[in-house]
Design a protein around this ligand. Structure first.
Ligand SMILES: *Cc1c(COP(=O)(O)O)cnc(C)c1O
Length: 469
């Protein structure tokens, strides 16, 4: 006999009222997302206090839980799936990928091993092959599916650490760092914060990084790269998080290959340029690197929780992520946990596969190039309104400034409060800037023009405020 709790949950699963309700509200959300405030109103934020309560002592009501989430959660969400969110580098979501996620949520698969989920293993395998093709990477490149680029970078650098030390006669898994040969870590001065974090987590030590000078776009200056050797890990970037610029891979990778140094490319959003005929020139020579990290949830617009590590040295990646290499018995099929630090993971490759299958080669190209076109448009229209554009808009990032830091900061505040659009701030070469990232398939030409109007109105308010002050 099922107990009371089981009976209750069997009933919820059978009746499906909560799922129908959730679906209805989700559809309402989708219908309203283009016109609602891009950032939640102050009232919606204040209402979040309603979630602060004692842990319920006993079992609750499923309908009431979903209702609370709808009533106070939805209004406090950021309208990232609309067309006028330009914050950080946050992708929207492709409908087919979202639907695939919904369906597979009911499967609740664990992708650790083939035997735990043959379907998840198959879709990882297929996605791996498609990604290799899209990025023009060699046949021996393998992929691990993780939560985001933070972890994908960690995995790539862990593979590098394993291989470099192995080549120097040292098994890092068994012996650790104490007494190990020195591994040099070389990175551009504008490496992403998550690269620095991975370096710290892996025990290299941030103070040991050999920083390479960059040019006015944030690109590594090839002649500033120090002498490399087989004990060196060199970290490059496809897509500077502020300017969107790409390091010149061709020349630098050539030099690294000659020296037998390991090259990792952090291409969280920028690696996708390699999948666009009109933008692939930005990534020329990248296939000469050893490992790569990229997100599904940024440029590709797959749902969140999608990062990918790609590595041309399968043994290094799998041994780095599984401390005792000797017990790893490859099954004939794909065992996903060999390529990731985690054992249990959700089946995120389902959505990635759906996004890739839906878009196809032409669709990925059109999506990526479309983001670039909208970025060029926003830069052009803002410049026509007297804003300064501080970067070369080579990809999807645009850095905007007004006549003074104070006006820029106030303009940003008013623009964010307007609910019309949202972009964050940054500091670029000592200047306060507004950083626009065009990253959603849903952004149209009209969205850009409307956002530019919001920038102009915000600047008027800012100038007015500052005059009064
Ligand atoms: C976003 C980003 C990261 C971190 O990726 P997450 O998916 O947020 O973990 C790393 N590098 C660059 C260049 C990024 O833009």
């Amino acid at each position: 006999m099922p107990n009371d709790l089981q009976k209750k949950m069997f009933r919820e699963m059978e009746q499906k009222a909560i799922f129908r309700q959730a679906q209805e509200w989700a559809f309402d959300y989708a219908d309203g997302v283009q016109e609602r405030n891009v950032f939640p109103t102050p009232e919606a934020i204040a209402d979040l206090e309603r979630f602060v309560e004692e842990l319920p002592p006993s079992t609750g009501n499923a309908e009431a839980i979903i209702k609370q989430l709808q009533q106070y959660g939805s209004p406090a969400s950021v309208a990232q799936t609309g067309g006028r969110y330009f914050g950080f580098v946050n992708g929207g979501v492709i409908p087919a990928a979202l639907a695939a996620r919904w369906l597979s949520d009911f499967w609740d698969q664990n992708t650790a091993l083939y035997v735990i989920s043959p379907i998840a293993a198959k879709l990882e395998e297929v996605s791996e092959a498609w990604l290799r093709e899209l990025f023009g990477l060699p046949e021996n490149t393998v992929a691990g599916f993780v939560s985001g680029s933070s972890l994908a970078i960690f995995c790539g650098l862990a593979a590098a650490r394993y291989r470099i030390l192995q080549n120097l006669g040292w098994d890092i898994n068994k012996k650790g760092f104490s007494g190990a040969p020195r591994v040099r870590v070389v990175a551009g001065r504008q490496a992403h914060g998550t690269v620095v974090k991975a370096i710290a987590l892996l025990g290299f030590g941030i103070d040991n990084i050999e920083w390479v000078d960059v040019d006015d776009q944030g690109r590594i200056i090839p002649s500033a790269v120090p002498e490399l050797d087989a004990g060196t890990l060199l970290i490059l970037q496809a897509g500077n998080v502020s300017s969107g610029a790409f390091d010149p891979f061709d020349a630098i990778c050539e030099k690294a290959n000659k020296a037998r140094a390991w090259v990792h490319i952090d291409g969280a959003f920028g690696l996708w340029a390699a999948a666009s005929k009109r933008l692939e020139h930005l990534t020329k020579g990248m296939a000469k690197a050893d490992s790569f990290s990229v997100d599904g949830h940024k440029t590709l617009n797959a749902p969140y929780d999608s990062g990918i590590v790609l590595c041309r040295d399968k043994e290094a990646l799998t041994h780095a992520l599984h401390a005792s290499g000797s017990y790893i018995a490859y099954s004939e099929n794909r065992d996903g946990m060999l390529y990731t630090p985690e054992m249990s993971r959700r089946a995120r490759a389902v959505e990635l596969w759906a996004a890739l299958k839906y878009l196809g080669q032409e669709g990925v190209d059109a999506l990526v190039y479309g983001l670039h076109q909208r970025a060029v448009q926003v830069a052009r229209e803002l410049a026509a309104e007297g804003f300064q554009i501080l970067n070369d808009v080579v990809f999807n990032q645009v850095l905007v400034a007004c006549d003074s830091d104070a006006i820029t900061a106030e303009t940003m505040r008013h623009m964010q409060a307007s609910g019309e659009c949202w972009a964050g701030g940054a500091n670029w070469q000592g200047k306060t800037v507004i950083r626009i990232s065009v990253c959603s398939w849903a952004t149209t030409e009209a969205d850009i023009t409307r956002s530019v109007r919001a920038f102009v109105a915000a600047r008027e308010k800012a100038v007015h405020d500052l005059r009064r002050a």
